[in-house]
Design a protein around this ligand. Structure first.
Ligand code: MN
Ligand code: MN
Length: 365
């Protein structure tokens, strides 16, 4: 019954054999992460049956707020605890950092300390959890500059190009794990009958051309001109400069939007705008933008801040740093970067056109 099927465990061990000098540490770590994702998948799918939906309450019925200033869901905390507990003990890690925790987690001295650092968003898209929309876990693995010793925050502040592995688990109609170790992107589906992730999507590739874009259009009035230009051209469809019709998709769950782009192409935009400029952007560099960008680039796509910087080359200044994030099909991302260059260099007439606003999504702007 197993014939012809590759499990995640098997896949990881075979990958490790191809890397000369690789120890079992890395496979052990990935297997602990996969176990954590199975546990989280189960908790997410049980939902209201477990009484785990809704907002986490603190004190006198107040909603808990995390370091990001966001309301914490019960499942955010459960997923965070599962990730910490699954990965702390085995000796693969020197430290961890999570979206849900202000500070890094040092592996306590009762456990051996390893050579890797793990950064994660335990439950991405969790604002969607109560409406039963796909959420996920995003993770990124870095080498510790001080293997075997207590991690400090500076150890984590490495650009995305230094990642040795990135992945995300998607808790949707099926539970899927998408993974890269810098050798392409592979997708695994959880077979609940045997409790194993099975390779179902080998060598995932983002189509270069697309007719889909994803952006939160309610922010339009805050957008910068290059984004307004790109979106208005998509909306003009066949009648505009693009000469083809586009569809718009927005799940507001980064993992779900990413998976759609990995399977059928498209472009995702959470650009810097008047609303997020003070914070530097909306999404987080270390545990959202970097791992997603590593996967996207390995699948043949591109990921940028818009203003010409490759996401993975952005030097991190803090573990919770935010960045603008634009990624997806290469040709579209390059076009958007080009529009930013035109704008910054004052090359584009469309920005001074008096009728520009009539091409906008909402005419009243
Ligand atoms: Mn998130
Ligand atoms: Mn989250």
């Amino acid at each position: 019954m197993f014939e012809g099927r590759t499990t995640l465990t098997q896949f990881i061990i075979e990958e490790q054999r191809r890397v000369i000098g690789a120890s079992g540490d890395f496979s052990g770590l990935l297997s602990d992460i996969a176990t954590a994702c199975k546990v989280i998948s189960n908790a997410v799918s049980r939902g209201a049956l477990h009484g785990t939906l809704g907002v986490r309450q603190v004190g006198a019925g107040e909603a808990a707020i995390n370091i990001q200033g966001e309301t914490q869901k019960r499942l955010d905390v459960i997923a965070n605890d599962v990730m910490l507990r699954s990965n702390v003990w085995a000796g693969h890690l020197a430290g961890m950092a999570s979206e849900e925790l202000d500070d890094i987690v040092v592996v306590p001295s009762i456990y051996p300390r390893g050579k890797y650092l793990l950064v994660f968003d335990p439950l991405d898209g969790s604002s969607n959890i109560d409406v039963n929309i796909t959420v996920g876990t995003i993770f990124s693995i870095l080498r510790s500059p001080n293997p075997g010793s207590e991690a400090n925050v500076e150890d984590f502040l490495q650009p995305g190009t230094q990642q040795v592995c990135a992945g995300f688990a998607l808790y949707g109609p099926s539970t899927i794990m998408v993974l890269t170790t810098g050798n392409g992107v592979d997708g695994f589906t959880l077979d609940r009958d045997i409790g194993e992730f099975v390779l179902t999507h080998p060598h995932m590739t983002i189509p270069a051309e697309t007719q889909e874009f994803a952006i939160n259009a309610s922010n339009e009035r805050f957008w910068e001109p290059p984004i307004k230009r790109y979106v208005s051209e998509c909306l003009a469809g066949k009648t505009g400069v693009r000469g083809k019709d586009f569809n718009m998709r927005w799940i507001a769950s980064l993992v779900a939007d990413t998976y759609r782009i990995l399977t059928r192409g498209g472009v995702f935009m959470y650009p810097v705008d008047d609303k997020t400029r003070d914070k530097g952007g909306r999404l987080r560099l270390m545990y959202e933008a970097n791992p997603i960008s590593f996967i996207v680039e390995q699948a043949g796509g591109a990921a940028t801040t818009g203003r010409c910087a490759r996401i993975m080359e952005v030097p991190p200044e803090g573990i919770h740093q935010r960045v603008p994030l634009i990624f997806g099909s290469r040709a579209e991302v390059e076009r958007i970067v080009g529009y930013h260059q035109d704008y910054l260099q004052g090359r584009d007439d469309s920005f001074s056109m008096p009728l520009f606003t009539t091409r906008s999504l909402f005419r009243s702007q």
